[in-house]
Design a protein around this ligand. Sequence first.
Ligand SMILES: CC(C)(COP(=O)(O)OP(=O)(O)OC[C@H]1O[C@@H](n2cnc3c(N)ncnc32)[C@H](O)[C@@H]1OP(=O)(O)O)[C@@H](O)C(=O)NCCC(=O)NCCS
Length: 176
Amino acid sequence: MATALPQTVGDTPVTTAYPVSYSQASMSQLMSPQDVSLMGNVFGGVVLALVDRVAGVCASRHSGRPCVTASFDSVDFRSPIRVGELVTLKASVNTVGRTSMEVGVRVEAEDLFSREVRHTNSCYVTMVALGPDGRPTPVPKLVLETEEQLRRYHDAVDRRRARLQLAEERRRRRGS
Ligand SMILES: CC(C)(COP(=O)(O)OP(=O)(O)OC[C@H]1O[C@@H](n2cnc3c(N)ncnc32)[C@H](O)[C@@H]1OP(=O)(O)O)[C@@H](O)C(=O)NCCC(=O)NCCS
């Protein structure tokens, strides 16, 4: 049975809501010799820095606040990216909590001469909005408008639950 859309989600006390499409961000960068190892493959850290940047733009656009990176979920690189390829990153808010947002980033590499486009990896980044006091501050709610956004939201809620549970277990083990 189809779910009624749009749906507004978020644990925040803020009543303002923005659709996913409002904050979606993308960025492209040509991979240069300084981005690659001696094998000619792009360093994973170069890709992660771009992911962090575009996720930050997306989160700041949604929240209207400066944001910091709270965490990166584990990342698998599915295929190497070579020098001279164009890397394009597409970022979208998947879900919002009270002060945090999970941003999903899809990374693609394009060989401009063969025109082949490969999906090299996807990352889930938790960004936290900061208020003028430098402390986490509530963010606007999120409006889901498509079935795809609803699917991503449900997946993000599962990841958030697992993330918080892991953090809690670690805290307990350390006794803090
Ligand atoms: C992220 C940070 C602001 C959280 O501060 P805090 O005092 O733990 O704040 P809170 O406990 O109120 O948590 C705030 C939000 O962050 C989330 N959060 C905190 N740690 C998290 C983690 N490791 N992973 C995912 N989310 C996390 C919380 O779930 C909460 O989300 P919610 O409000 O949507 O429920 C703080 O740890 C920080 O400043 N870290 C450094 C960030 C940074 O500099 N990043 C760049 C690295 S160079």
